[in-house]
Design a protein around this ligand. Structure first.
Ligand code: LIP
Length: 269
């Protein structure tokens, strides 16, 4: 896929899926019983394993080979290159799950053209599930087209969320959760934003909100959820962003949004 005009979103989705599949295969083969932590980031519990780095290297290498001029933003390697096409990569979203051998961690690869995410692949490796989406082309789990749940009121909604790594953030997240939990069906915390957004797409949860996700956590999964019919955004009309990512079918999105606004969730203690 080198040279010439910018490929169609579908072609990017196929390439992103191939790369996410290969990185996932490598991670599954190389993961030991207790992967070694090589670095901590924002807090002592925000960890990086050697395989986070190896997987991002593999992904970057495959992008370089297929699309030598493209920019990459990766969780571990930062921003490289320039131009209209940018790949957004989280080599392991849900690193703590990866460390503990829990089944919700994913390789997340998204492609942005001129600032818009046009394609995404989320490989939830332990589940053997590869989610893909491209702009206008729908969201897919293998050959199955996904539709998020619709017509669910907040009072019957199963809502996924997540928590940050810092104590100051968690204090507020716990406060917000105390406002949400009594008025919904229940809460789930999987440990991977990318997997949560795919769960919205697949109707395994009705909605999702989280403060503090990075672009690489939600870029691909956000497109999967949106292409499955979910509204994906931030608070007060903003696009989803590190302050808040919210995803649910229209109707539930607004109910959840309005509740969250009353809880002032975009702050730290
Ligand atoms: C994780 C997110 C998750 C959040 C975790 C963590 P990581 O990303 O996907 O939603 O709740 O605290 O930030 O650190 O595993 O790439």
């Amino acid at each position: 896929m080198t040279g010439g005009a910018t490929p169609e979103p579908r072609e990017f989705a196929v390439l992103a899926a191939d790369i996410a599949r290969e990185a996932g295969d490598m991670l599954r083969q190389k993961r030991s019983a207790r992967p070694e932590v090589v670095q901590t980031k924002s807090s002592p519990t925000d960890v990086v394993t050697a395989l986070d780095r190896a997987a991002e290297e593999l992904v970057r290498d495959r992008i370089r080979t297929a699309r030598p001029g493209d920019a990459v933003l990766g969780e571990e390697g930062g921003a490289t290159g320039g131009g209209d096409v940018r790949w957004i990569v989280d080599p392991i979203d849900g690193t703590v799950n990866f460390l503990y051998g829990l089944p919700e961690w994913a390789v997340s690869v998204a492609v942005e053209v001129a600032g818009t995410v046009v394609a995404g692949a989320v490989n939830v490796v332990p589940r053997g599930e590869l989610f893909t989406a491209w702009l206008g082309g729908g969201a897919w789990l293998g050959g199955e087209r996904l539709r998020c749940n619709t017509g669910v009121p907040l009072s019957r909604a199963l809502i996924a969320t997540g928590f940050g790594y810092s104590a100051a953030r968690r204090v507020v997240q716990a406060e917000v959760l105390a406002g949400v939990l009594p008025v919904v069906r229940d809460i789930r915390r999987s440990g991977s934003a990318a997997a949560d957004l795919c769960s919205v797409a697949a109707g395994r949860v009705d909605g999702y909100y989280e403060r503090g996700t990075e672009y690489w956590d939600h870029a691909a999964g956000g497109l999967v959820a949106a292409e499955a019919g979910a509204r994906v955004g931030g608070l007060n009309g903003r696009p989803h962003n590190p302050d808040m990512t919210l995803a649910a079918a229209p109707g539930l999105f607004e109910e959840l949004h309005d509740l969250l606004v009353t809880l002032d969730p975009e702050r730290d203690a």
